[in-house]
Design a binder for this molecule. Structure first.
Ligand code: G4P
Length: 288
């Protein structure tokens, strides 16, 4: 099973973002705090070049706080300014204008020294679909903003969203597609709901999720589904993972004729609960 990834999408997105870059001072790159690398297009550095950039680990409310701290250290080592945000409540968002101003300080100081009145910093939000770009923009703007869709010829008719005296956003977020050369990247994205599980195979996605949860988040997993089995002794043994999957199904009443477990239904239920944060906070990858 391979996931379709269309180079045409990427070429168009790249061209669009490069046009947008000409209009702005800085980029706000959104990644999913639960999977900061897998939720990033690997060509992002090349596409954005040396444009000043903030990296926001969004949905930090759903991620494992300890792992998020490790990611922040990772991005710092990579020379980036990165911080966690929960765009749905606005937690952490005060940092955005503060950090943007710091990022643009040299330019602002230069304008002031020339006797100019520094204009608002113009920023572009970029990220993969579902990472929270619209939520963040609405929160920053303090209202529901009608965003311009993903369409070609972007520079025509673009509007600025005034966030404050000091900050404006382009009304078309830059959409970058994730890249699935590595199947695990696809699975991580599907477990967290960044892409539809059906894009792959729901059972394969749930299998991947269970293996990961059983390894790194066994206690909350066991408690949520009241599992009676032990933590698998061999995570690579499919029988042990399927046994857990069946137990999840039994606990949620996913039974078909003959008392067998409806695995597809069980997998769907598990993924829904996981994504809704019912198993608590978790991260799908760590920087080591
Ligand atoms: P996009 O523009 O990048 O495509 O993403 P969008 O803002 O539409 O957000 C995708 C989903 O992620 C939305 O949920 C949104 O509420 C949720 N979301 C965004 N930021 C955060 C966050 O920081 N924390 C949490 N927990 N969720 C976040 P949805 O189920 O698609 O829609 P809805 O429930 O908001 O109606």
């Amino acid at each position: 099973m391979t996931i379709q990834w269309f180079p045409g999408h990427m070429t168009r997105a790249r061209r669009q973002i490069q046009e947008q870059l000409k209009l702005i001072d800085a980029v706000i790159e959104l990644v999913d705090a639960r999977l900061p690398l897998s939720s990033r297009n690997p060509m992002i550095d090349e596409i954005l070049g040396d444009k000043p950039r903030l990296i926001i680990l969004n949905k930090a409310d759903l991620a494992d706080a300890e792992v998020t701290r490790e990611w922040l250290a990772y991005f710092k080592r990579e020379g980036h300014v990165a911080f966690p945000v929960d765009a749905s409540t606005g937690t952490g968002m005060k940092e955005i204008p503060t950090q943007l101003k710091l990022l643009m300080k040299a330019k602002i100081d230069k304008q002031i020294s020339k006797g100019m009145n520094p204009r608002a910093i113009r920023a572009l939000i970029v990220g993969i679909p579902n990472v929270g770009k619209s939520t963040l923009i609405n929160k920053l703007a303090g209202r529901a903003v009608a965003l311009t869709g993903d369409r070609p010829g972007v520079t025509k008719g673009q509007q600025w969203i005034k966030v404050s005296k000091e900050m404006e956003l382009l009304d078309t977020p830059g959409i970058l597609w994730p890249k699935f050369e590595d199947m695990n990247v696809g699975y991580r994205l599907a477990v967290t709901g960044a892409i539809k599980a059906e894009t792959l195979n729901t059972e394969d996605v749930a299998f991947f999720g269970i293996k990961y949860l059983a390894k790194y988040y066994w206690t909350p997993f066991k408690e949520r589904f009241d599992l009676q089995c032990d933590q698998p002794s061999d995570f690579e043994n499919p029988d042990e993972i399927i046994a857990i999957m069946e137990e999840v199904g039994r606990r949620r009443g996913c039974i078909i004729s003959g008392g067998r477990v409806d695995l597809e239904k069980a997998c769907g239920t598990l993924l829904r609960e996981l994504r809704a944060g019912k198993l608590g906070r978790f991260s799908m990858e760590a920087p080591y």
